[in-house]
Design a protein. Structure first.
Length: 259
């Protein structure tokens, strides 16, 4: 938990946090934290956090922007370079030198699966250049309607010519059918069922060829849900089969014994 010291500083400030991980996988990650501390403008909440949003769902959040100072202060625009967001703005009646705006930030239903990280810019008529533009950060995660566990199926070391079979779990928010599983590789075969349900087990069989080496193949799962597919990656390391050592012969008297 990082706390911003807003009692001592004003204006744009930031810092770099270093997070260190220990055994068994030592690592170091740097996180940049920055913000604009102002005494005249209050934004509640301070950022747009959509949290987890289902794929295809419309989600919105309301933000209040209040200002105490000049009576003629106003928001002239809210810039948005991301087509996945919509912004509506409404000014509340002004009272006793206070200005209030209500913003509605809407996440559209066509946002691709994955993490959402962006910002809006509130542009005011403030005469100071460093206070005219106020950033409003947006975060969230769009989770797929159809998901696969694991997303990466690691088969490990596989002997050339010896097939191996594993299963993956395919889940959905609603019952669905699996219409096709395809990877464009003749070495893979898939076994599914024809039922409509929320959870499916897909059996994946890999038949490696004789050529050793690393294999990494993307797999696409097509469902009967409109425009809803799932994907995973299958990886393996094909190793050559062990070669038996040649037989040795030992001559004893007039007889030859194969060892």
């Amino acid at each position: 938990v990082a706390k911003f010291n807003t009692h001592t500083f004003v204006g744009m400030h930031g810092a770099t946090l270093t997070v260190t991980f220990g055994a068994p996988y030592p690592a170091e990650v740097q996180v940049r934290v920055h913000g604009n501390i102002r005494g005249d403008v209050v934004i509640a909440p301070g950022a747009v956090e959509f949290g987890k949003v289902d794929e295809g769902e419309v989600r919105e959040q309301r933000i209040n922007v209040s200002y105490a100072g000049r009576s003629d202060w106003k928001i002239v625009d809210v810039t948005n370079d991301n087509d996945f967001f919509e912004v509506e703005m409404e000014e509340a009646p002004r009272t006793m030198g206070k200005v209030n705006y209500n913003l509605v930030v809407r996440l559209k239903d066509n946002v691709p699966v994955g993490f959402v990280k962006d910002q809006l810019t509130i542009i005011t008529n403030d005469q100071r250049a460093d206070s005219r533009r106020i950033p409003l950060y947006i975060g969230g995660q769009v989770v797929p309607e159809i998901s696969v566990t694991p997303e990466t199926l690691v088969l490990g070391n596989v002997k050339a010519g010896e097939p191996i079979t594993k299963k993956v779990v395919v889940r959905g928010k609603k019952p669905f059918k699996i219409l096709d599983v395809n990877c464009g590789d003749n070495c893979f075969s898939f076994n599914t069922d024809q039922e409509s349900k929320e959870l499916h087990l897909v059996e994946i069989t890999y038949r490696p060829g004789d050529q050793p080496g690393a294999v990494k193949v993307p797999v696409t799962i097509t469902t009967d849900r409109p425009n809803r597919t799932a994907a995973l990656t299958v990886s393996a390391e094909v190793i050559a089969p062990a070669v038996a050592p040649p037989a040795t012969q030992v001559e004893v008297g007039k007889q030859t014994i194969a060892d």
